[in-house]
Design a protein around this ligand. Structure first.
Ligand code: LRH
Length: 470
């Protein structure tokens, strides 16, 4: 019997629809549609083109169902923190992009009411200026809305008509109590955020209901939507084939999310000072991690060079040239806040290098090497900090996501952390999405844990091993 589900997986630079085949020792993804995503500048700041994304999702699901009529359900995951406001059953405007600089005002407003140390005790979240609660603080649209739905919940609502807040992603809003897992109504009151905007919280694995109306007609089927770990990083961690109890993971795409899976949150002063977050994981696990600015630094640099040349750049070729760059490699702080917004990334990285007295590499290959090694150094530092804070002797680092294909980055991370790196799977996010749906269908048996799912990943996708070089 064919056992298949569809995964909608939306990243900050691209989205995809995949068919996941599960069963009889098989775990396989078949790409169906891939479409671009990114910030769109409007008069009032950066937005997402959600309308286009939703159209691509509908077309992708239609194609998926045409190819594989056995598809049993659909799961949706995306980047965190961003939301759409809904009124009278409709999306009220294109959602804001988290890289919009308006968030700075929200930070000031929220911290004036609840200082960061208090917030951390309540929500366990590292400081990121775009966490949803800072966006709400300056969003005048809240008053006219009936609900605020995070991006995957918004897609699910438009498909099914059901409004929920999936727990792993809701944990990134800053408005969920890290100890109880419920909306923090006291904090909502203090920040004047209307409680009516926030729908009921549900766990990954919940059956939401069938796709209805025009969407069902377009797709050609009333497919069931199953809630997955709808924060992309939560799905990626599900599919990280952690090989030892003391494994660290890096989910590496636009961001590098570096950390450990814990049973309980760590809301200590030391964790706060190290800016480590306690995001909600699938099955109530805790994603204890730190956001490192990841391949964004490279993709934005390449984008700037391509604009300069008026021609596209061959990334594998550039990385090969970077790998053979001779001499000293200057490093910069990959997490410098000035590197967060879109724009002329090479110039901004050069400014960060210069401000610390480091030399600015003269060629693009050398510049690329500096970017990759700086990311790897930030990864190694975050792995070491995670181990220290959680009192775990980290013995291996799993790199999953797009970054697992970047050999230079994987080797540099092994070298700089002095730990073996196990790279892959590359599509961890979509796989985690597929696996949580498959488990909800009972395809892994009645008692399947995350370890059962990870064993399936390890069997189907042999990782590539990088040993640290002295
Ligand atoms: C990665 C990610 C990350 C968040 C950021 C907004 O795609 O979801 O976990 O911090 O985007």
């Amino acid at each position: 019997m064919t056992r298949a589900v569809a995964a909608v997986d939306l990243g900050a630079t691209s989205g995809r629809v995949m068919i996941g085949y599960v069963g009889d020792g098989e775990l396989r993804l078949e790409p169906v549609a891939r479409f671009p995503n990114g910030p769109v500048a409007g008069p009032d700041g950066l937005h997402w083109d959600f309308t286009a994304l939703y159209r691509h999702i509908g077309d992708g699901l239609r194609e998926a169902f045409a190819r594989e009529p056995a598809i049993a359900s659909v799961g949706i995951d995306s980047w965190a923190v961003d939301y759409g406001l809904v009124g009278d059953g409709r999306l009220l405007g294109e959602p804001f992009h988290y890289r919009d600089e308006r968030c700075a005002d929200g930070v000031r407003k929220v911290h004036a009411v609840t200082p960061f140390a208090d917030l951390y005790r309540r929500n366990g979240l590292q400081f990121l200026p775009f966490n949803t609660l800072y966006q709400y603080a300056i969003d005048r649209g809240l008053a006219d809305a009936d609900a605020s739905l995070l991006i995957p919940d918004l897609v699910a609502f438009l498909l099914t008509g059901v409004q929920v807040a999936e727990r792993t992603n809701a944990s990134t809003t800053g408005l969920v109590d890290v100890r109880t897992g419920a909306w923090d109504t006291e904090l909502l009151d203090a920040l004047d955020i209307p409680e009516r905007l926030l729908p009921r919280l549900v766990d990954p694995g919940t059956h939401l209901g069938p796709i209805r109306g025009a969407a069902a007609e377009h797709i050609g089927a009333e497919l069931d939507v199953i809630v997955v770990g709808s924060h992309d990083t939560a799905s990626a961690v599900v599919a990280a084939p952690l090989s030892t109890p003391d494994s660290a993971y890096i989910s590496c795409g636009t961001w590098g999310l570096v950390g450990l899976e814990l049973d309980r949150p760590q809301v200590t002063d030391a964790a706060r000072e190290a800016n480590f977050t306690n995001e909600g994981g699938v099955d109530g696990r805790v994603r204890f991690l730190h956001n490192v600015t990841g391949l964004w630094l490279l993709s934005e640099s390449v984008r700037a060079w391509e604009a300069e040349d008026g021609a596209s750049i061959d990334l594998p070729e550039l990385l090969d040239a970077a790998a053979s760059t001779p001499g000293d490699i200057p490093l910069f702080d990959a997490n410098d806040p000035s590197l967060s917004a879109p724009g002329d990334m090479p110039a901004r990285i050069a400014a960060v290098l210069e401000s610390s007295g480091a030399a600015v590499p003269a060629t693009r290959a050398a510049f690329t090497r500096t970017i990759v090694e700086s990311i790897a150094q930030a990864f190694a530092d975050a792995v070491a900090t995670a181990g220290r804070l959680a009192d775990r002797p980290i013995d291996v680092v799993h790199i999953v996501g797009g970054g697992s294909l970047n050999r230079l980055l994987c080797q540099a991370t092994a070298d700089r952390s002095t730990l073996p790196v196990l790279a892959g799977p590359v599509e961890a996010t979509a796989l985690g999405n597929v696996l949580v749906q498959a488990r909800a269908h009972g395809w892994f048996g009645p008692d399947a844990t995350l370890e059962t799912l990870r064993a399936a990943v390890a069997a189907a996708f042999a990782p590539e091993r990088y040993e640290p070089r002295g």
